[in-house]
Structures are given as structure tokens and as C-alpha cells.
Design a protein around this ligand. Structure first.
Ligand code: FEO
Length: 392
């Protein structure tokens, strides 16, 4: 794709990666992604904001063919999907200075071996004049690395945010056109990499409040010409108040655990509780991460394999523990053949979750009447707990 004009002397550049399906060899990208760079031509200085993933360096370099000179490249974030083509940009423009936060400078030297003399570091709140345009650098750590910052273009009221507010979404639209689709992609992105840092992200959101923002320009996905859409969504996601929702990741080998899950889902739904059920043998873990953003309760469903939980549960429990969602309650249900340590083992896998453990339900073999009654009691307890916490 060619560079595209946003406003006079401000351009979108970068690459749309329609076909990428995995990020960090870990995160599913069902809708592809984009690596957005931006070019601002001031009356005296020209600046490029972020670069692109090195796999698509040729796209950015071809867009820069018509740009004879740049003075600065801003590296908001040292991760390679935005910084990886900076060395090539520096080869083309040997006098360019790389602008980064002090932490960002160290990380760019570590990861990309950029020589130290190429850098100009900026402190929180520092400004840079491009002549008729002024850039303000705002440190916004932990979205999602410690060095991250954003840039506010004062005269045009544009906030360039890199990963912050981004969405893994390949699209030919410069701006959000389908809010539902972007909401899900942005929530997935938040859930997968930013949720563990929501306390500091809350502070970053507070910090940005005083600026009048007409346009948010992230480095993944479309731009937000109605910024309140994504800012309000983030305010909701980072709040510590969960919703009246239960997440049930489970796996079943011979149908017993599945039967218990289905029974519990029905019992919870009858009480007016929203339930998200995920069969881990087929689910996209990004969907599970999205559901964990809001849920008050997690119930893990597992059969017993070699005395402990099924291996797929280890992965899901590790994910939930690492993402540190705002869960308040947890429980375990499932079946076993002759003995089980599944509950103790799962409890040991989620030390980061500050949850109250609710009475688990383990059935020997296929669930029987007493097991279904125990599931009814668990559903009652979840309902009572949610009500006590004012969730419905
Ligand atoms: Fe889009 Fe953290 O890189």
C-alpha cells in the first residue's frame, strides 16, 4: 500500500499484514495486523514515527522513496514489529536521530544494536519543535513494555500511541468503520498483552485526560477519529470491578467433565449469569483471554490424567495466572477414575489470582445425582457471591 494523507503534511505509512496468523510465535491473529508508521512534515523538520516489522521493511522503504530527507525517527516502543526497520531507515538517512525514552534507548541498543550516538532521549513531557508543529512526548510505561511512550501533536490534536489502543486488524480503512469488529480486536489485544499492567495503564489514561484529542493514531489497526470510543473501552477494561460473568475453560476425555460443564452452564444461565464456555481442545486462546477481561469467576473443568489435571489445563491455568485478570472467585469441576490431586495442583498453578476458592465438584466417573446437586450448590454459591459484590 502507498503512503496516505491524513491531513496536510501528515501521512499514514506502514504495512498491512493481511496473512500473518501468529505473533511472538504465540498469539493467534485471526484478522492479521498492521504496522503503522506516520510521517509529519513540519516547516523546519520532518519526523517519522515508528517503523514496521522487518518482514515488511520493503513496504516502508518503498514509501520513503519519495521522501528525500527526514530529521528524526521516533521509536515509541522497542519491540521489533515497530522498531525492526529502524536500522534500514538509518542506512538511508545517515544523519537521522532516533528519539526514544531513556529506557527505550537501552532496549533498542540491546535488541537492534543501534549505535549509541544515533540517539536523542526525551523525558516525560519534553517537547520538540518541527517549526510550525510541536511534538510532546508522554511516557506511558507498561503498554506493554517498560519503555513505552506516546507522542501528542499539539497543533493537530493527534495522539500517536503505538501499541496503546491498538488492534491486530488488517484493513484497508484508515479509520474505524466497523466499531464492533475493532472493539473485539482491540479487546483481544488488550487482553493478551496489557491486562497484567492495568493498574499502571489506569494511571496512563489519567495522564492523557488533560489533552484535547481529535484523532488517536495507533501502530496496529485503524485510527480512531472518534477517540472516546476506544478511551471509554479502555477505562472499562482497566477498572477493577468485574462483571456478572463466569468463564469455564474445560477439557473432556470421555464426556463426563463435559456433562458437568453443560449442567453448570445451564444452572448459571438460569440465574441470569453470563457464561463463557471454552473447550480447550478447539478454542482460540485469544477468545479465552478476552472473556477473562471482565469475568468475576473462573470455573476450570478437567478430567484427571495421571492423578493431576489434563495437560491442556496446565496451559490455560498458566495463561490465566500470567494475565492476572480481575477475577474474584475460582472453582474446579470434573471427573476422575480412582483418585485425583487435580484441585491441589490447579490451586498451585494460579498464585497470582487473588481469588476465593469455591467448593469444587469432582465426580468419580460419570456424574450422578449427588454430583449434579453439588453443581447446583456451586451455581447457587456463585450467584450469591456475585450478588454480594453488587454484580447484579
Ligand atoms: Fe506492537 Fe509490543 O509491539
Amino acid at each position: 500500500m502507498k503512503a496516505r494523507k491524513i491531513k496536510e503534511n501528515i501521512y499514514w505509512m506502514g504495512a498491512v499484514d493481511w496473512d500473518r496468523r501468529l505473533f511472538d510465535s504465540l498469539i493467534p491473529l485471526p484478522d492479521g495486523t498492521s504496522y503503522n508508521s506516520y510521517l509529519i512534515k513540519g516547516s523546519e523538520k520532518t519526523v517519522l514515527l515508528d517503523s514496521v516489522d522487518p518482514q515488511m521493511a520493503d513496504v516502508l522503504m518503498s514509501q520513503l522513496e519519495n521522501v528525500p530527507h527526514i530529521d528524526y525517527i521516533i521509536a515509541h516502543h522497542a519491540e521489533q514489529d515497530h522498531s525492526g526497520t529502524i536500522p534500514q531507515v538509518l542506512e538511508k538517512y545517515p544523519n537521522v536521530k532516533v528519539i526514544a525514552s531513556p529506557k527505550g534507548k537501552g532496549m533498542l541498543i540491546d535488541h537492534l544494536l543501534i549505535p549509541e550516538e544515533k540517539f536523542m532521549t526525551v523525558e516525560d513531557g519534553e517537547t520538540l519543535s518541527l517549526g510550525n508543529k510541536t511534538l510532546e512526548f508522554i511516557h506511558t510505561p507498561w503498554v506493554h513494555w517498560p519503555e513505552t511512550m506516546v507522542t501528542y501533536l499539539r497543533e493537530d490534536k493527534i495522539l500517536f500511541t503505538c501499541d496503546f489502543f491498538g488492534s491486530h486488524l488488517a484493513t484497508s480503512d484508515l479509520y474505524v468503520t466497523d466499531e464492533g469488529r475493532v472493539y473485539e480486536a482491540a479487546k483481544r489485544y488488550y487482553a493478551e498483552i496489557m491486562m497484567p499492567f492495568r493498574t499502571v495503564i489506569r494511571k496512563n489514561l489519567e495522564k492523557l485526560k488533560s489533552r484535547k484529542i481529535d484523532l488517536i493514531a495507533p501502530s496496529h489497526g485503524p485510527m480512531y477519529d472518534k477517540p472516546s470510543f476506544i478511551v471509554e473501552a479502555y477505562n472499562d477494561w482497566v477498572s477493577e470491578i468485574p462483571k456478572n460473568e463466569v468463564v469455564i475453560p474445560y477439557i473432556s476425555m470421555h464426556g463426563s467433565t463435559k456433562k458437568m460443564v453443560e449442567y453448570l452452564v445451564s444452572a448459571l444461565a438460569e440465574k441470569g449469569i453470563t457464561v463463557h464456555q471454552f473447550d480447550l481442545s478447539v478454542t482460540d486462546l485469544g477468545k479465552l483471554a478476552i472473556a477473562l477481561v471482565d469475568a468475576a469467576t473462573i470455573v476450570i473443568g478437567t478430567p484427571t490424567v495421571h492423578v493431576g489435571p489434563h495437560p491442556a489445563i496446565h496451559y490455560a491455568a498458566h495463561l490465566a495466572n500470567a494475565l492476572r485478570p480481575k477475577l474474584r472467585f475460582a472453582s474446579v469441576i470434573g471427573s476422575y477414575g480412582w483418585s485425583s490431586k487435580a484441585i491441589e495442583q490447579i490451586a498451585g498453578m494460579i498464585p497470582n489470582l487473588k481469588v476465593e476458592i469455591l467448593e469444587p465438584v469432582l465426580a468419580r466417573g460419570y456424574p450422578k445425582e449427588a454430583d449434579f446437586k453439588a453443581l447446583d450448590r456451586l451455581a447457587d454459591t456463585i450467584g450469591e457471591k456475585h450478588r454480594e459484590h453488587g454484580l447484579f
